[in-house]
Structures are given as structure tokens and as C-alpha cells.
Write a protein that binds this ligand. Structure first.
Ligand SMILES: [Zn+2]
Length: 562
């Protein structure tokens, strides 16, 4: 063995296939442990923590056992503690460099996906193996040799790559599609059933024939007889029993039912409310009425406070986030306690003596409404502009993005086709299974590309979509801000502009260019610069407004040569 080792060193750094074969053969013929040298490579990323991936220590220990059992010589242990999703891992680069220098011939790793989770690294490894710069990659379950079917290698690396790239996107995309279709993506409350028989991605929420009418009866009783929660709970125990997993509903779970908007056809997902596609049990009005009934008699203490504008502003003095809090004050003139909401600096920045004073919610709202007012021009002007935007700038030519997506799709199609051919020829069950799985992943990927393509085409045909959205938003901003939900109000504020801060009790922000254009137009309208007769019929013909004027509203800073 020493002699062979010596040979190795003498002929290094770049051994050819012949030498390696010789090494292999000698170890087989002589029934002696392989003289080859190995690097142990182990990796675990922070993202792997939730998954069933062994710790680096465990991986190394397992591989050391394998090395001992098979009589391998381990040159060094190289580890990476980061994701392998994108190229550029320190340890991995070192590993490749040292293999290229001829310090070892083989790699020991726990699983192939430890080595690479992106195609570039995967390609590097496959290349080194095919060129016989690596004689073998040994995992506890399998040894990969230069003669390895490249398809298998590509599939195994490719699967790892695709797995990390697509999984998250697809799960989220699937879930979002479901949500957008109005289906609550979680267990439905009592009265409803999750459709377990439907195919995945098509799971609706059905009326539960056993419990729907019972729960509905309770809602109706609450509404007609104006019961308190305790009375309603007692009524349930006497009249219409509700069970959960074979046990009578607990009081707290029962409480939660009658505060759940799901029953009036609305569900909340990640803080956003959606209109559900399920059959509502009561109307939204009835739900609100029920909440009022249940709230009466309760002190302010128990009612959950809502700060609609929380998280929107920073402090102009010290840049901390503005937080919200409430104070209850006794108001002598009305002889009642009243609750006031305040927004104040969180004073989170050390070393800055912040002097910003708290501001009441009412004052902030007034200031925002003033901003909206400052850019409110007659609806007709905006609507006319929207109409104009529809007619302008639709580009008939395919965009670069579309071309790119299409060529990627074509490539995918070829790969899928190849896999189908391979499937037809492959008889080994294990490989068939791998190809199958890979093929279906590629199909999912193709589906995603098809959706991207649709979106790209839509954007090309409606290039002003962004401007239109802002205009629509501002068109309804006042009403939405006064009557909307917290989420809608925030959307309005963010739609006006960015970087909102409170400075000397005044709101400041960077208006979006559409907001700026509208405010500018408004000022000139007020000053009478544009002497528009704001008459609907004229706007429909567009005569009172020159095209240049309209365009100057929608395309500030681009001159009038559009
Ligand atoms: Zn501050």
C-alpha cells in the first residue's frame, strides 16, 4: 500500500482514469482496503433545522464510521454551515480546490444533496466525477462512480435543486390560488366540513348537514333575544348541544365561535380578510349586530383595541418605529370614560435624545385626509385619464421577458420529453421512480412558467397598470380611509407614498409620482390655470382637456412629446 501511495504522490496531482482504475483493481484483487484518500464533507444550513437533516457532528461521525469500516484514509473534514442553494460556499470551494490539487480522490458525504443544491455546484461535482478527478463519492447508502449513469446524477442533484427552488413557491402559489378562489385553507369551524374527498388544490368547504342548522339556530337566538355570551352558552347546553371531538364545547371555544367572521362569509389569512366562497350562515350586518350585543355590558377592558395605523410611521427625530397605545380618560362634560388612541415614538434608538411628542389618532387621521384632499381632483378628470390610459401604449411586440420565458419553457419541454423516452426504456424500478418524481416536478415548474408568461403578456398589454392602480386607489381614497378596515386604510396610506414619518407632530412622506402629479394638477386647478369646464359630456369627448394636458397629468417629467 505504501508503494501505491507513493505512486500516487509521484504521479499527482492529476491522475488519469487509467491510474484510478488501477487503484480500484489493486484493492479488489488484493482484498485490501482502498488506498484512496477522502475528504469528509458535511453541511447543514439554518433552513435545514426544521427538516430531518442530521447535525454536522452526526454527519461527520457517520462518515468517519463508514471510512473506518471500509478502510478509507480521511485527509480532512470540511464543513459548511450555510445553505447550498446558491453557489459560493467557503468549505465547498475549498473542497473542490483541494481535490483539483490532488489532495484526495474521493468525497465522503452523508447524502448527495449535502454537496450541492444548485445546478452550478452540482455540475462541478458531476464534471469532476466524469473527468475522474473524483474517483468516487461515497454516501452510507450508495457509492457514485465515474461510470455512474449521468442521468441518475443529474436527477439526484437536479431534484435537490428543484426542491429548494420550487417547493416554497409552489406551496405558496397553490395556497394563494386557493385563497383567491375564496377557499379558507385551514380546518373550517363547526357547521362546516372540509371536503376531504376532492383532489388536492380543489378542496372546498361544505355545509355540514349535521351541525349547520344547529349553529345557525344559535346565531338567530342570539340576535332575536339579545342574549349575553353566558346566556347563550347555557341555552346551548339545554337546547341544542354542540360537541367537539365527542366533548361538549368549552366556554372559551364557544366564545370564539361567535366572534368568528367565517360565519358571515369572511375569512382572515395572514392578517388579510378575504371573501369566502363558502355558504354564509348569517349576513355581515347580522354579524356586526351580534358583536354589538355581545359587547354590551363588557367594559373597555375586555374589548380588543385596534390600532388601524400601527406600523406605518417612523419618528422624524430618532427614526424609531412609532407605536400605538390607548388611554382612558374621564370626560367631565359627558360624565363618561372615554378612550383615546395615541401614536408615539418607541424611543428605541440609544444615544438620541428624542423630543417627538405623542399624537392622537384623530389628528393623524385628519392630516392624512388633508393629504388626500390635496390631491383630489374631480372624478371625471381621473376617469377620463383612466380611459386614456387604456387606449395608449399597448405594445404589440413580444417582450424580452416573454421570449426568455418561452425559451425556458421549450427547454423544459425537451427535458420532459427526454424523461418520457427514458421512462419508456428504463426497466429498473428505482430509477423509474426517480424519473417519475422528477418529471412531475418539471411539469409543476412548467405550469409556473406558463403563469409567469400570462402575467408578462398582461403587463405588456397594460403597461400603465401601476399608474391605473394608484389612480383607482386615490379615486376612492377618502371613502376607503374613512370607512375601510385597518388593512384597507394602510393600503391607502402606502398608496399615497412611502417613508411616512412624524416630525414635530406633522406627517411627512415621499409622495408617489402619481400623487405628486395629482397634487400639482389640483393646485393649478384651484388657481384657475386650467380653465376646465368640468362637464361630464365634454370630458367624454375630451374636448375641454387637451391631450397634452391629460398626458402631463399622467406622465410628469416626461415632457409633452409623448
Ligand atoms: Zn423618536
Amino acid at each position: 500500500m505504501t508503494r501505491l501511495r507513493f505512486c500516487n504522490i509521484a504521479f499527482s496531482p492529476h491522475r488519469n482514469r487509467f491510474e484510478l482504475t488501477l487503484l480500484h483493481l489493486s484493492s479488489i484483487i488484493l482484498h485490501t482496503p482502498s488506498p484512496m484518500r477522502y475528504f469528509i464533507y458535511a453541511r447543514k444550513s439554518t433552513e435545514d433545522k426544521k427538516k430531518q437533516v442530521q447535525s454536522i457532528q452526526d454527519q461527520v461521525r457517520t462518515m468517519q464510521d463508514v471510512a473506518r469500516e471500509r478502510g478509507f484514509e480521511v485527509v480532512d473534514v470540511i464543513t459548511d454551515e450555510r445553505t447550498a442553494k446558491s453557489p459560493g460556499r467557503k468549505g465547498f470551494s475549498q473542497l473542490i480546490e483541494r481535490i483539483n490539487k490532488g489532495e484526495a480522490e474521493g468525497i465522503l458525504c452523508w447524502k448527495l444533496d449535502r454537496l450541492a443544491r444548485n445546478m452550478i455546484d452540482g455540475g462541478t461535482v458531476i464534471w469532476l466525477l466524469q473527468e475522474s478527478d473524483i474517483a468516487e463519492i461515497v454516501t452510507p447508502h450508495k457509492t457514485y462512480l465515474p461510470s455512474e449513469n449521468t442521468l441518475v446524477l443529474n436527477v439526484e442533484f437536479g431534484m435537490a435543486t428543484q426542491f429548494s427552488r420550487d417547493l416554497k413557491v409552489n406551496v405558496e402559489r397553490g395556497m394563494q390560488t386557493k385563497i383567491d378562489q375564496g377557499w379558507f385553507p385551514a380546518p373550517a369551524p363547526i357547521g362546516y366540513l372540509n371536503d376531504k374527498l376532492a383532489d388536492k388544490g380543489n378542496k372546498r368547504i361544505l355545509v355540514d348537514p349535521n351541525t349547520f342548522s344547529v349553529v345557525q339556530h344559535l346565531w338567530q337566538t342570539l340576535l332575536t333575544h339579545k342574549l349575553s355570551m353566558k346566556e347563550l352558552y347555557d341555552y346551548m347546553k339545554e337546547e341544542s348541544l354542540l360537541y367537539r371531538k365527542g366533548k361538549l364545547f368549552s366556554r372559551s371555544r364557544f366564545d370564539a365561535l361567535f366572534h368568528n367572521k367565517f360565519y358571515c362569509g369572511i375569512f382572515t389569512w395572514k392578517g388579510i380578510e378575504y371573501v369566502g366562497a363558502h355558504t354564509p350562515m348569517i349576513t355581515q350586518k347580522e354579524f356586526e349586530k351580534a358583536q354589538e350585543i355581545l359587547d354590551t355590558g363588557k367594559g373597555l377592558r375586555t374589548r380588543e383595541l385596534q390600532f388601524d395605523l400601527k406600523g406605518l410611521f417612523r419618528c422624524g427625530c430618532c427614526d424609531s418605529l412609532i407605536t400605538a397605545e390607548s388611554h382612558t380618560k374621564y370626560v367631565k362634560s359627558i360624565g363618561e370614560k372615554k378612550e383615546y388612541k395615541y401614536y408615539r415614538c418607541g424611543h428605541r434608538k440609544k444615544g438620541i435624545n428624542c423630543t417627538e411628542k405623542p399624537l392622537s389618532e384623530t389628528i393623524i387621521e385628519e392630516q392624512i385626509l388633508q393629504q388626500i384632499e390635496d390631491m383630489t381632483i374631480p372624478d371625471e378628470v381621473i376617469e377620463f385619464g383612466l380611459h386614456m390610459l387604456d387606449q395608449m401604449n399597448s405594445n404589440p411586440n413580444e417582450s424580452t421577458i416573454e421570449k426568455h420565458i418561452k425559451s425556458e419553457s421549450e427547454l423544459l419541454n425537451k427535458r420532459i420529453e427526454n424523461m418520457e423516452n427514458n421512462l419508456a426504456e428504463e426497466s429498473e424500478a428505482e430509477i423509474r421512480k426517480t424519473i417519475h418524481a422528477r418529471r412531475s416536478e418539471l411539469k409543476v415548474q412548467r405550469n409556473g412558467l406558463e403563469q409567469d408568461l400570462k402575467e408578462a403578456i398582461r403587463q405588456r398589454q397594460n403597461p400603465n397598470v401601476e399608474i391605473k392602480n394608484r389612480l383607482e386607489l386615490i379615486l376612492h381614497a377618502k371613502r376607503t380611509f374613512q370607512k375601510g378596515t385597518a388593512e384597507q386604510k394602510k393600503k391607502v396610506v402606502r398608496g399615497l407614498g412611502l417613508n411616512w414619518r412624524i416630525s414635530d407632530k406633522k406627517l411627512e412622506y415621499e409622495p408617489h409620482y402619481v400623487s405628486l402629479a395629482l397634487a400639482k394638477t389640483k393646485r393649478s386647478l384651484v388657481r384657475g390655470k386650467h380653465r376646465f369646464e368640468l362637464n361630464k359630456s365634454q370630458f367624454q369627448t375630451g374636448k375641454s382637456l387637451s391631450l397634452a394636458e391629460v398626458k402631463s397629468i399622467w406622465y410628469p417629467g416626461q415632457g409633452s412629446n409623448l
